[in-house]
Write a protein that binds this ligand. Structure first.
Ligand SMILES: *Cc1c(COP(=O)(O)O)cnc(C)c1O
Length: 440
């Protein structure tokens, strides 16, 4: 544990995920992480959805190395580069055109929170209105405007962007249809609601607990916002890039948002990268009006282009996700029945699932039990009561099964116990890893 000392001594208390996994990681390949001792861990966290194609996917790595090798331009501000040209060309050809999406592309600063900031700034500029509708349990980032949109009380600070009108997400309150409620507020001149510039939401809330909005609800929200000339922004930073089984999470609902925020897995290689898609009519920025130094990380353009060509130019990945989802669903049925007393609900789509426990402490104990079995998995939801299953989209069936076996074992041990006092100790360290425990 000596190698952990320097983090505790020097690194800010703001550090987060590392607290759940007290080891030092060194290498990673596919669905495996390797610590300093070379021990393998199966990854069911996928860096919160920023390595959807696994770690260091080989074809992408080759493209990145080749680009570095030939001194491809790295820092370029937003000047024209071949790397950017190829990304724009391929994104339009492989993603936008087949889906009949007419979007223009703005490269914002390369994090999720930055693309959300740009989307809201543009919505306010274009509409001349100030208020934004965001939803209960939504997560949109940690800088001022996006923090104002984020629901979690522990993250928010007094004084964050106050022009946010909070609406109940689909299914938030039994018996309340929030689109109907929203419609009433808009149509009632004395409802007290300012007409908003935009509505922003995730179609499946990631940090908020894997809450799934129905297609019907999304379609009615799309119609209502169009009717009232309010912009609809889908934050697809976590649910997009294939996580829910289609490139964009809103595809099954058949809606066309006015803007879409992408980041996390967009580069396909864990490189910082973000993209705002918006309807062409919204392109009302003056040159340089929403500028930044790292707008378009050139290496990320290269990786992202290769990712599109490799994973999205045919339906092999989509089929693979469907096969894995079928296996996952079979397992979830067994688990829901076996641990019915402790499990409140299972929700999700694609390879984006949550198991909600009645007791958040049990969810925490299961996460620890999984780590003891060298499975990296995290929790989400307002009380961290939801176990979040997010394996790589490319995960092999054997590895997926091995990870699920570890969760099952951990649940059996944790949920089979009566007393909480015993949870911390005695967790076995036996492994359920059926692949080589070192990088090939
Ligand atoms: C992660 C995330 C963000 C913020 O992205 P950062 O890169 O962490 O700033 C915004 N929205 C959603 C839905 C996210 O999952």
């Amino acid at each position: 544990m000596d190698e952990l000392g320097v983090f505790a001594e020097v690194e800010s208390q703001a550090r987060s995920y590392c607290r759940s996994f007290p080891v030092v990681f060194d290498q990673a390949q596919g669905s495996y992480l390797y610590d300093l001792k070379g021990l393998a861990y199966i990854d069911f966290l996928s860096c919160a959805g920023s390595v959807n194609y696994g770690h260091n996917p080989k074809p992408i790595k080759a493209a990145v190395i080749e680009y570095l090798q030939r001194d491809g331009i790295q820092a370029a501000l937003d000047m024209h580069s071949r790397a950017k040209h190829e990304f724009i060309f391929n994104f339009r050809k492989i993603i936008l055109e087949p889906r009949a999406l007419p979007y223009k592309m703005q490269f914002t600063s390369p994090t999720g929170t930055s693309v959300v900031e740009s989307a809201i700034k543009l919505a306010r500029k274009v509409t001349g209105r100030r208020h934004i509708v965001a939803f209960t349990n939504g997560f949109h980032g940690m800088s001022n405007t996006s923090l104002g949109l984020t629901g979690n009380r522990d993250n928010r600070q007094p004084g964050v962007d106050p022009y946010v009108f909070r609406m109940p997400y689909d299914g938030y309150l039994k018996g309340l249809d929030s689109v109907e409620y929203f419609e009433r507020l808009l149509n009632d001149n004395s409802s007290g609601m300012d007409i908003p510039a935009a509505v922003i939401l995730e179609t499946i809330q990631g940090e908020g607990g894997i809450n799934v909005a129905s297609s019907d609800w999304l379609r009615r929200l799309r119609k209502l916002t169009s009717d009232h000339d309010i912009l609809l922004i889908i934050d697809d930073i976590q649910a997009g890039c294939g996580r829910t089984g289609t490139f964009f999470s809103f595809e099954p609902a058949g809606i066309t948002p006015d803007m879409v925020c992408l980041s996390k897995s967009l580069s396909g290689y864990g490189l910082p990268f973000a993209l705002l898609l918006h309807r062409p009519e919204l392109d009302q920025w003056a040159p340089g009006e929403d500028n930044g130094t790292f707008r378009g990380n050139t290496l990320a353009f290269v990786a992202a282009t290769k990712t599109l060509q490799e994973f999205w130019s045919d339906d092999r990945l989509v089929k693979h996700i469907q096969d894995n989802e079928a296996l996952l669903n079979t397992w979830l049925d067994v688990v829901s029945e076996r641990f019915a007393v402790h499990i409140k609900q299972v929700r999700g789509r694609g390879l984006f699932y949550g198991i909600e426990f009645h007791d958040a402490l049990l969810a925490a104990a299961v996460v620890r039990g999984c780590f003891a079995r060298r499975l990296i998995i995290e929790r989400c939801g307002s009380e961290d009561q939801v176990l979040k299953l997010m394996p790589a989209l490319t995960i092999g069936t054997d590895t997926l099964q091995a990870g699920l076996d570890s969760i099952f074992e951990a649940m059996q041990q944790v949920l089979g116990q009566v007393s909480f006092g015993e949870l911390d100790s005695d967790l076995p360290t036996s492994l359920f890893i059926n692949e080589a425990s070192h990088v090939a």
